[in-house]
Design a protein around this ligand. Structure first.
Ligand code: S3P
Length: 426
C-alpha cells in the first residue's frame, strides 16, 4: 500500500501512545518466565511484541485480554512445553536475540525463524557468546535464521565484554544467566538501553568507564503487574512533527523517560527544541512523564559518538527533522544502522537522493544537504517501519506532500500512526 501525506499547517492536541516496544517485549518475556499470573497494562500493540507472545504460546504459555490489560499465566522455571512448530519471530530482532538466550537454557530443541528481513540479520553476535556458555546451535552458514537451539548438558556462566553496543546481545546473555546458580557478567563499554537490568533489578557496577551487569538464578523473575510507559521511539515522530509545524503544541502522555532512551530529547533540545517534561513517575523501576512539545526553530549540532546507541532507533526521524528544519544532516559512527530492519544508511541515502538533495554515503553514516528538487517524491519504506514514518513526517512539510510505498509496515511498532496524525492535524 502506498500512502499519501499532504502538507500540513499546525498540529495541536494530546496523545497517549501505546507502550514502549522494548519494555513490552521484556514485560511479556518476564511474565511468561515467572510462575503464576502477571498483568500488563499499556502493552505495545505492534506486531513485534505480538511475535514474542506467539513464540511463548508455542511453548505452552496462556494469555488473555481483559479490557486493556494482558493477563499472562507464566510457566515458571524450566516448565515450558517443547514446541511442536517453529518459533516465528516475524520482523523482530529483539524477539529473536532475547529468545535465543532464553531457549539456550531450556531442556528441549527449538527452531527460531523470521521474515525475509530478520532472516538476513546477524545472529552471530548472540551465537558466539552463548556458545561460550555451552549452548548448542545449528544455523545457516552466514549464522542467520533459521536457528535451531539444541538442549545442552549444562550451561556455564561467563564474563563477556560485548564487541558491539547491543542491548539485545546483553539481554540475551543475561536471560541465559538467569538459569544459573553462579553469576554471568556482561561488560559494556558503551551504554545501551538498560531495560533488562532495570526491570529485573540486576546488580551492576561502573569501573574504568565500563558497565558490568550481573545475572543469576536469584534474579529469576516472579509474577507481577506491569505498566508499560508510552514508546519514546514512537513519540519521536510526533515530537519532530510538532517542532517543525508552525503555531503548534502537542502533549504526549506518560512517555518512557529511561535515561538510556532519552538521547533523542537531549539531541533535539540541543538543536533548539522546546520540549517540557512534567509529571515524572516510575513503574517497574522505569521512569516516565508527560512531554509538552512546541513549535521551534532548529539549528545544526554535531552528534557525538557516545550518544549513538541511545538514539539508534531515532536517527531516521532526527535526520528528517534536520533536513526540513535546518537543510542539512550528518551522522557518523553509526554502522549498526546497516543491520536494522533494513540497511537504514542505504534506505535514508536512497530517499534523500529522490528529493534531489546532495547526499554522501559512508560505511558508518551519511551526510545530506541542499534544497529539494523533486516536488512529487515517492519514497521507499524498504518495509522498515521507522523509515516509513520518518518520510511520512518529512512529507508533511513538502510543498506538495509525498508518498511512501509499502507503508503498512508501520504496524510493526505503531499500527495507529495514521489515526494519531489525523487526530493532531484536524
Ligand atoms: C532493542 C535494542 C536495540 C534497538 C531495537 C530494540 C531492545 O537494538 O535498535 O529496536 O529492545 O533491546 P540493539 O541492541 O541490537 O542495538
Amino acid at each position: 500500500m502506498t500512502q499519501e501525506f499532504n502538507k500540513i499547517g499546525s498540529v495541536n492536541g494530546e496523545l497517549a501512545l501505546p507502550g514502549d516496544k522494548s519494555i513490552s517485549h521484556r514485560a511479556v518475556i518476564f511474565s511468561c518466565m515467572a510462575e503464576g499470573i502477571s498483568e500488563i497494562e499499556n502493552l505495545s500493540n505492534g506486531e513485534d511484541v505480538r511475535s514474542t507472545l506467539k513464540c511463548f504460546s508455542e511453548l505452552g504459555v496462556t494469555s488473555k485480554w481483559e479490557k486493556d490489560k494482558l493477563i499472562i499465566e507464566g510457566k515458571g522455571f524450566k516448565n515450558f512445553n517443547a514446541p511442536v512448530n517453529n518459533l516465528d519471530a516475524g520482523n523482530s530482532g529483539t524477539t529473536a536475540r532475547l529468545l535465543t538466550g532464553f531457549l539456550s537454557a531450556q531442556p528441549f530443541e527449538s527452531t527460531l525463524i523470521g521474515d525475509e528481513s530478520l532472516s538476513q540479520r546477524p545472529m552471530k553476535r548472540v551465537i558466539e557468546p552463548l556458545s561460550l556458555m555451552g549452548a548448542k546451535f545449528s544455523a545457516t552458514p552466514k549464522l542467520t535464521l533459521p536457528l535451531t537451539v539444541h538442549p545442552s548438558e549444562k550451561l556455564i556462566p561467563i564474563t563477556y565484554e560485548m564487541p558491539v553496543a547491543s542491548a539485545q546481545v546483553k539481554s540475551s546473555l543475561l536471560l541465559a544467566g538467569l538459569h544459573l546458580e553462579q553469576e554471568t557478567c556482561v561488560i559494556e563499554a558503551e551504554q545501551t538501553r538498560n531495560h533488562t537490568e532495570v526491570m529485573l533489578g540486576l546488580k551492576f557496577e561502573e569501573k574504568e568507564g565500563k558497565r558490568f551487569i550481573y545475572s543469576s538464578l536469584k534474579n529469576y523473575p516472579s509474577s507481577q503487574n506491569y505498566f508499560v510507559p508510552s514508546d519514546i521511539s514512537s513519540a519521536a515522530f510526533f515530537i519532530v512533527l510538532t517542532l517543525l509545524a508552525k503555531n503548534s503544541e502537542v502533549i504526549l502522555r506518560h512517555v518512557s523517560l529511561n535515561e538510556t532512551r532519552t538521547g533523542v530529547i537531549s539531541v533535539l533540545k540541543e538543536m533548539g527544541a522546546n520540549i517540557e517534561i512534567t509529571n515524572n513517575q516510575t513503574s517497574n523501576n522505569e521512569l516516565y512523564g508527560d512531554l509538552i512539545v512546541r513549535s521551534s526553530e532548529l539549528h545544526s549540532i554535531e552528534i557525538s559518538k557516545e550518544i549513538i546507541p541511545n538514539i539508534i532507533d531515532e536517527i531516521p526521524v532526527l535526520s528528517a527533522a534536520s533536513v526540513i528544519g535546518i537543510g542539512k544532516f550528518e551522522i557518523r559512527n553509526a554502522s549498526e544502522l546497516r543491520v536494522k530492519e533494513s540497511d537504514r544508511i542505504s534506505a535514508l541515502v536512497h530517499n534523500y537522493k529522490i528529493l534531489g538533495l546532495h547526499v554522501e554515503e559512508f560505511p558508518d553514516g551519511f551526510s545530506v544537504s541542499g534544497t529539494v528538487q523533486n516536488e512529487n517524491p515517492i519514497f521507499e519504506s524498504f518495509h522498515d517501519h521507522r523509515i516509513a514514518m520518518a518520510f511520512a513526517i518529512l512529507s508533511m512539510f513538502l510543498k506538495n506532500g509525498g508518498n511512501i510505498s509499502n507503508f503498512d509496515c508501520v504496524k510493526i511498532s505503531n499500527p495507529q500512526f495514521l489515526e494519531q496524525v489525523k487526530s493532531l492535524t484536524k
